[in-house]
Design a binder for this molecule. Sequence first.
Ligand SMILES: CC[C@@H](C(=O)O)C(=O)SCCNC(=O)CCNC(=O)[C@H](O)C(C)(C)COP(=O)(O)OP(=O)(O)OC[C@H]1O[C@@H](n2cnc3c(N)ncnc32)[C@H](O)[C@@H]1OP(=O)(O)O
Ligand SMILES: [Co+2]
Length: 133
Amino acid sequence: MLTNLEHIGVAVQDLEAATELYTVLLGQEPYKREHVASEAVDTVFFQVGGSKVELLAGTSPDSAISKYLTKKPEGIHHMAFEVSDIRAEMARLREAGFVLLNEEPKRGADNKLVCFVHPKSANGVLVELCQSI
Ligand SMILES: CC[C@@H](C(=O)O)C(=O)SCCNC(=O)CCNC(=O)[C@H](O)C(C)(C)COP(=O)(O)OP(=O)(O)OC[C@H]1O[C@@H](n2cnc3c(N)ncnc32)[C@H](O)[C@@H]1OP(=O)(O)O
Ligand SMILES: [Co+2]
């Protein structure tokens, strides 16, 4: 079951400048900064009620974020839903015809297991499932 809009991922070119801007916009400091080597991204997290804003900057040209920003402007990159059982949700979505971008859950940021759904199978929106570890 999807239980919450866990975060909105925002792709940015300059993480420090974006962090300053969002600190003013949201009226609070980020609660976490994390490098996720497997995705080649640096992240900054803000808590907003029960959801989060995840700022993402690529750390390598091969990163999904860096590639995205060669074609698209900075902005909303994905939405992430919290799930209680990620394997069960992956099986449910696969069965329903969605294209999953990973066969198995993988380690994401902020102590989560994550899986992505291809935007082409979700009305042009990249969707992330995440389960707390
Ligand atoms: C920090 C860890 C984690 C967390 O814990 O929260 C993260 O959030 S990591 C975030 C970064 N990682 C990912 O995005 C991993 C999943 N993404 C991918 O595997 C790829 O980016 C992709 C979605 C498969 C696209 O890769 P690729 O096919 O190589 O790129 P193309 O440029 O050829 O795109 C094909 C097609 O898809 C459209 N697209 C790409 N990205 C998005 C997007 N974010 N939202 C909507 N649409 C997207 C792209 O425009 C192309 O469309 P067409 O041009 O119409 O063919
Ligand atoms: Co994310």
